[in-house]
Design a protein around this ligand. Structure first.
Ligand SMILES: Cc1ncc(COP(=O)(O)O)c(C=O)c1O
Length: 450
């Protein structure tokens, strides 16, 4: 076959859509090759928490590259890895932690699943063979992470090759699942009781771990649990010997107004997976944090986690992560997230509270979402065939706004929301620009569905 002219040799995410070329980025804005500027109100997918081009992170990465870019961790440790782990352990709730570095969120969750199983094996609990997770969640695209994820769109293609030993319960999602007249406290108990029931159905001594996003990100749109939910989950996991894994790949590292999202739920999980805001986009880095006493089970048992990738503990990636933590500290940025998050919530409420097609505004800190409905009273979503989320994304790009619309909010197919995750440095003027461009994009997209 003759070569096709003018075809990108990149296997892009979409082979039918054309993407503008990003050529520069500073602060809250990305510029494309035509010179057009976009307000980056979702940090891609909740990644760029410091905005773009932060001089301190750039300097730290550059310095590390010149000093020593990489030394394989089966031979060496390195200073940025050690220092970053010290900081994360000191700041995580509930005592000491160990940090296993990875290159992204899927890898962090994959490692969590394997470590949970290995821990049981080391303790002689060989019968534990099943994970429990939640419907309508997202934990990544590798096969293990995809198996515990609760998106349904991929099932027709990949269902037959996913892990068979995964059970799922409903998410804790007040807007759609809390009953009329039910208190938050009662809903927390009912929602968490599904885990106890699932463990009972499975049989005592079978559950390896329960994994959930502390605040659900992409699939449901910034859905925090109702107060008390994770305390119930913690109790149930303890009573039945299952590990509690919180996926904070998206919602962690300050995004919700505390370094770890679960601090606000008053719980200490057994493992926490991190990525995105950990490296803030300056380097690809993820991490799995595990409670010290669990790491000691391995230390005093077989001596090693049966796992590893080439780039585990990559010095330059860790240098970026360390610099991000230092900027958080020096600029008191996490407190700023809480403050600006309230302002963003107020601005969204002012813009959308009376909008006929906005059913819910929710989130924590600078992790917010707008859920769209055809009818507010019945909460009926737009028909999936209208492709509202995709239309909003296209209109927003046209209007110079990067946001993160997703479809499937209600059941994996129906429902639409827009996720917002602006940088922690966002200003009041940029919040006004965000809400204005978002409102315009939503209205244009809805008009186009008529
Ligand atoms: C909650 C959550 N977990 C895991 C992942 C997977 O992370 P990655 O894309 O870095 O593999 C994501 C990515 O969006 C996520 O939002």
């Amino acid at each position: 076959m003759p070569p096709r002219p003018n075809v990108s040799r990149v296997f892009h995410r979409s082979l039918v859509q054309k993407f503008p070329e990003a050529t520069g980025a500073r602060g809250a804005y990305i510029t494309d090759a035509s010179g057009k500027q976009y307000l980056d109100a979702s940090g891609g997918a909740a990644v760029s928490c410091l905005g773009h081009g932060h001089p301190k992170v750039v300097a730290a990465v550059t310095h590390q590259l010149e000093r020593m870019a990489f030394a394989h961790t089966s031979f060496f440790t390195n200073e940025p890895a050690e220092r970053l782990a010290e900081i994360l352990s000191a700041k995580a709730p509930g005592g000491e932690w160990r940090v296993y570095y990875l290159s992204g969120g899927s890898e962090a969750n994959e490692a969590a699943l394997k470590l949970a199983r290995q821990l049981h094996v080391e303790r002689g609990e060989m019968s534990r063979d099943t994970f429990i997770s939640r419907r309508l969640s997202y934990h990544g695209n590798t096969l293990g992470a995809l198996s515990v994820g609760g998106r349904t769109a991929h099932l027709a293609t990949f269902g037959p090759i996913l892990l068979p030993n995964v059970r799922k319960i409903d998410p804790c999602f007040a807007y759609r699942w809390q009953h009329e007249g039910e208190s938050e406290a009662d809903y927390a108990v009912r929602s968490a009781a599904a885990l106890e029931q699932e463990i009972a159905d499975l049989g005592e001594g079978r559950a390896i771990a329960f994994i959930a996003e502390t605040v659900v990100g992409a699939t449901l749109g910034a859905v925090p649990p109702v107060p008390g939910y994770f305390k119930q989950i913690r109790r149930i996991c303890d009573e039945h010997g299952a590990f509690m894994i919180l996926d904070e790949v998206m919602c962690g590292m300050g995004r919700c107004g505390s370094l770890f999202a679960c601090e606000q739920d008053g719980v200490v999980p057994d493992m926490i997976s991190l990525a995105k805001g950990l490296g803030a986009g300056y380097q690809p880095i993820g991490a799995l944090m595990v409670r010290e006493e669990l790491a000691e089970v391995i230390e005093q048992g077989s001596g090693a986690f049966i796992h590893g990738h080439t780039y585990v503990g990559h010095a330059t990636a860790c240098a970026a992560g360390l610099a991000v933590q230092q900027v958080f500290e020096e600029d008191n940025l996490i407190a700023r997230v809480a403050r600006m998050g309230d302002r963003l919530a107020d601005a969204l409420a002012a813009q959308f509270a009376d909008h006929p097609h906005v059913g819910d505004l929710r989130g924590r800190g600078l992790f917010r979402a707008v859920e769209l409905v055809a009818d507010r009273a019945s909460k009926e979503p737009f028909p999936a065939a209208k492709k509202l989320a995709a239309r909003i994304k296209a209109r927003a790009m046209e209007n110079g706004l990067i946001c993160y619309p997703m479809a499937g909010t209600v059941d994996g197919t129906k429902g639409d929301h827009v996720l917002l995750a602006p940088p922690f440095i966002i200003t009041d003027a940029q919040i006004a620009e965000l809400t204005d461009k978002l409102a315009r994009s939503i209205d244009e997209a809805i008009a186009a569905t008529a």
